[in-house]
Design a protein around this ligand. Sequence first.
Ligand SMILES: [Zn+2]
Length: 314
Amino acid sequence: MAGAAMAQWARAQQQAAAGGPFLERPAEGRPHQGKVLLALQAHSDDIALSSAGTVAKLIEEGYTGYLVRATNDDMGDSPGLGTPGTIAENALGNERDNAHIAEILGCKGHFDLDYTNHRMADVSVNELISRLIFIIRLVRADTVVCWDPWAHDEENPDHYTLAKAVEAACWMAGRDHDYAEQFAAGLKPKEVQDKYYFARRPEITRVVDISKQIDKKIEVNRANVAKGPAGHHGSQLRKELAAHNEKLPLLGNDDATADRNYIREFVMRRSRALGQQYGMEYAEVFHYIPPGAAGADHDPAIDRYIKEHVMPLR
Ligand SMILES: [Zn+2]
């Protein structure tokens, strides 16, 4: 181990020992085989930017994954980001990009709820909860990745509206009187066990090492053409420079290399900085809610107590 890497590793060990966040390392084999992951985003670039490495990692380690997108992304992006277009072009571009992203992440399927972009505050929260409960029960979701419903500094109403509905749905989906007509249609109660919440200003309780998944995260962001800071920005910059007889060595000799290298250098900067902080090459950070921490109606300590103390009647 090189000196700098050794120092980083030592710092990470100290952090963990001092009660710092849990460091989730790459797992051997497929320990999550048989479990189902629901990755939920308001917009086509949310998971790509915040947690695509973790979603890819969990699927590689055995989860069956599904991607949910709550809005139709018809408001496009800020000036200079994504692809300029009309409202209808934004919706179509993001619909296609999102399907491509689900495929790159290795998801078995994806659902578009298609609420109007930036207008989710208008949506009946109970309708949204009901739709999410249906999906959780349908795919038998064990784990979710989503925006943190309780994070600070969030500006986008779609993010916190979706997040609050997801948190409620994760718990209510496990109950046997809520939306009981779904049982008549063949579904069964299913409580979500654990949650990886991401945020603009995260409360960090879990750090995921995504060094092995960084190329996949770059590909997911490269697929975000209609929206986001990645997509084809690298090849566009290469073309603009060439028009003035200039080039950047970073951008290589073809469009795909330009896009990938641009994303690695600029868009992955936060993942790299987080990695450096925790002794990894690339990382993503979460407010992680472990199994049993929320919504658990049955106390497993009672089972443990019975097992330990039970004795024959005579
Ligand atoms: Zn968003």
